[in-house]
Design a protein around this ligand. Structure first.
Ligand code: G3P
Ligand code: CA
Length: 274
């Protein structure tokens, strides 16, 4: 089975990351899942922002955890990455090929709004939520995440397979907290290096899946099979290059996070020389 295509920060190669426009385009492009990062605002709201500061992606400056929801909502998160459609035909054929000019599509994205989008889309689409650490509010992030999932009826799925949400973090402690708060929400332990003693595919008991960066699979392709032998699927990030897409497909990666869902899906559909 080919990997599921997960839109990393939305279709972020073509729309400003973590905007509603980026996620709408990802869904138009047939993504199987959506990835987002979450942080807490100063007044305790989960917002979808990757960096500790807003400076790179918004029309302002400051640390996310030091800004209130109202202050964050006053910023433009779309101005830095407007892209014109690839052809004039797209303006007619694909409404969301329009630049993300609509204010609602380029403003701050809250996790609540993204969960609302998830509720309105195909029921097989999954949302992969990454909690960022270390942060000022520590474990409150996972507690707030579970509360947000509960508000949307997503915190207690019948089984892990039924869950529409997957929780991820580079912080093993955060993944453990999530398991304690919401035992049936699946988890991914993200890896940017192999932790000592974990090259054999073992994971701590609170992690369901392993989440290596693609650089780790280039270095050690056998890791996917060893993880599978231990009962763990692989979620690999961030996979945009054709040779990496081919590598992941060949190794049996289960979830592939990409900034460009349409072209990655095209590469997977093509008859790749596996
Ligand atoms: O999907 C996991 C990946 O997003 C982790 O890295 O820095 O893009 O959040 P980063
Ligand atoms: Ca992320």
């Amino acid at each position: 089975m080919p990997p599921s295509v997960i839109a990393h920060r939305g279709a972020s190669a073509h729309r400003a990351e973590h905007t509603l426009a980026a996620y709408a385009l990802a869904l138009d492009q047939g993504a199987d899942g959506l990835e987002c990062d979450v942080r807490l605002s100063r007044d305790g709201h989960l917002v979808c922002v990757h960096d500790r500061r807003v400076d790179r992606t918004a029309s302002g400056r400051g640390v996310v955890s030091a800004l209130t929801l109202d202050q964050l909502a006053a910023l433009d998160f779309g101005h830095w990455h407007d892209e014109m459609p690839s052809s004039p035909d797209d303006l007619v054929r694909v409404p969301s090929a329009l630049p993300s000019a609509e204010p609602h599509a380029r403003g701050l994205l809250t996790l609540d709004a993204l969960l609302g989008l998830l509720a309105d889309t195909r029921p097989d689409v999954r949302l992969f939520v990454e909690t960022k650490h270390p942060v000022r509010y520590g474990g409150l992030v996972e507690a707030k995440l579970v509360a947000a999932l509960a508000r949307h009826g997503l915190s207690r799925p019948r089984s892990k397979d039924d869950s529409r949400v997957v929780m991820m973090s580079f912080s093993s402690r955060a993944v453990r907290r999530m398991r304690e708060h919401a035992p049936r929400v699946p988890t991914v332990l993200l890896l940017d290096r192999f932790p000592p003693g974990r090259r054999d595919g073992t994971l701590p008991p609170w992690a369901d899946h392993t989440g290596p960066g693609v650089h780790l699979l280039r270095e050690d392709p056998g890791y996917v099979a060893r993880s599978r032998e231990r009962g763990h699927d692989t979620y690999c990030w961030t996979v945009d290059e054709p040779r990496d897409v081919e590598l992941c497909a060949r190794l049996g990666v289960r979830y592939l996070a990409t900034n460009a869902p349409a072209s990655t899906r095209g590469l997977l559909a093509a008859d790749l020389p596996l």
